[in-house]
Design a protein. Sequence first.
Length: 304
Amino acid sequence: MNKSLAKRQAFFRELPLHLMLIPSLVLVAIYSYGAMAGTAIAFQRFNPAHGLFGSEWIGWANFQTLFSLPNFWPVIRNTVIIAVSKMVLLIVVPVIFALLLNEVRNRKFKSSVQTLVYLPHFISWIILAGIFRELLSPSSGAIGILLSGIGIDPPFFLGDRFWFPITMVVTDVWKGFGFASIIYLAALTSIDPVLYESAMIDGANRWKQTLHITLPGITPVIILLSVLSMANVLNGGFDQIYNLYSPVVMETGDILDTFIFRLGIEQAQFALSTAAGLFRSAVSLVFVVLSYFLAGKAAGYKIF
């Protein structure tokens, strides 16, 4: 009887908290799960005049058409190259930065550096696109002038098919590594200081302490973020590339996001664009499940 009473009291005590979740749950149900009904367009010869329920069902024909497009597989190649490069560097660079910043003992300098590297994360790519177009101009940009001053012929970073993907990766890492390092800095604070004191007594220098204490201490966080990042294996960054690319660099700079945008918005091929979006989601799901499985097998790490 006492247990039943305690459960009722706990229910009524927590009821306001559950009620607060209702608006969020409604929004998720409508805009996340409800919107999934639109994926049916990928299996139809969709006609906006007939709507979702009046259009003809054609099975996998849209996917067959999509996979037979001459520029589809080059787009997939570009997306994978750019996305995987970003994923890897946005793990490696923030970890290195967090380790280096953790060694700084001057708190004012440390906080100043943190603030400076966090700021780019909050600037939209629309603004940054204009800034980078000016900076990277081979004739009048600051970087072009600097390279010319030291005797190097400046490349056209945003207009050269070779340099464009590299530029996208480097600028995205510059924008995001500071904010990403917050998680690793937080993970570093959870390591027991006694471990470092014991290592110092045993004669371990800072490099050995980092190798045998710091890195193993943040390995679970690195694995977690690596697994979660696998969902972006076909996400090259629409905002960035759409604002910076041009027809000149389409061969190496066109990614799946911009390809879907052109199909659906510019060319009004809604069925094909939906099929491409569904294909991307399916591939991302496979990679997330696979990476989660490998993380559990190789490192014994479980997210859930």
